[in-house]
Write a protein that binds this ligand. Structure first.
Ligand SMILES: Cc1cc2nc3c(=O)[nH]c(=O)nc-3n(C[C@H](O)[C@H](O)[C@H](O)COP(=O)(O)O)c2cc1C
Length: 236
């Protein structure tokens, strides 16, 4: 007899969800945790906007490119397209309530910084400011904006905004042995529904050698012997 107990797995297609079993959508509860890009933008007219986006991630380590997705034409995406710039501040445990307040749908032109009682600090290269109390902020310039389509080729109304990092701010007290201390920064991330998580524990695992670039920057040229297959190269 097999020792493996057969587990009952529920399968469904997204548009045929059993709403009694799952009153809430399951999708966002399965992509967890999601980093939060707390995106500040400025319109051509100089209006400030700040909003959290958890459809957010880094997608290229060199050049450093990140992405945030807007489910409809919201101010962050509109302003980022208008002026080609944004900052992304790290949301932390201490800032969690204010971060959530900045998701309020305020009239265009009303700053979420003021609404949530958050101070701005100037960015160095781009015009939108950063969240002064945030321990880590990326200054970005927009590289691409994609309108998302569905399987039938219809526009969904959602867009993704790609930005290349042109400046990085980090609070010095969180730099430990040349690394950012994720636990000390207490970054918060989004889970499903109204749930969040905070980084309160990390563990390390040594990777097998790979072509990855652990130290960042442009990739080092691959030595000739490696190209000829004589060496296993960990491009670190
Ligand atoms: C933690 C969190 C994450 C969010 N992530 C997204 C997201 O990835 N995409 C999105 O369109 N809206 C997201 N929202 C909702 C927006 O923040 C909200 O619609 C906001 O009003 C958009 O502001 P804007 O129109 O000023 O850009 C999120 C809200 C919260 C609280």
């Amino acid at each position: 007899m097999s020792l493996i107990r057969r587990l009952h797995v529920i399968f469904f297609e997204p548009d045929k969800r059993d709403r009694t079993l799952f009153p809430h959508d399951v999708f966002k509860g399965l992509i967890v945790p999601r980093a939060i890009g707390w995106v500040a933008t400025m319109s051509r007219a100089g209006h400030l906007n700040l909003a959290p986006n958890s459809f957010f991630n880094g997608v290229s380590s060199w050049p450093q490119i990140l992405v945030f997705a807007s489910e409809s034409a919201k101010d962050s995406q509109t302003f980022a397209e208008e002026t080609g710039e944004f900052t992304s501040s790290m949301a932390t445990w201490r800032l969690r309530d204010k971060m959530t307040l900045t998701s309020a749908a305020l009239p265009r032109g009303q700053s979420e910084f003021e609404y949530a009682g958050l101070a701005t600090a100037p960015a160095r290269i781009v015009r939108p400011p950063r969240v002064a109390e945030s321990p880590a902020v990326l200054e970005c310039r927009v590289t691409q904006v994609l309108r998302l389509k569905d399987l039938d080729g219809n526009e969904t109304g959602a867009s993704v905004v790609f930005g290349q990092v042109v400046g990085i701010h980090v609070e010095e007290r969180f730099v430990v042995n040349g690394r950012m201390d994720a636990v000390a920064m207490q970054a918060v991330a989004r889970c499903g529904y109204d749930e969040y998580t905070v980084i309160d524990r990390v563990f390390s695992i040594t990777r097998p050698s790979s072509g990855g670039s652990a130290y960042g920057g442009p990739r080092a040229p691959v030595p000739a012997q490696a190209r000829e297959g004589l060496l296993g190269v960990a491009n670190k």
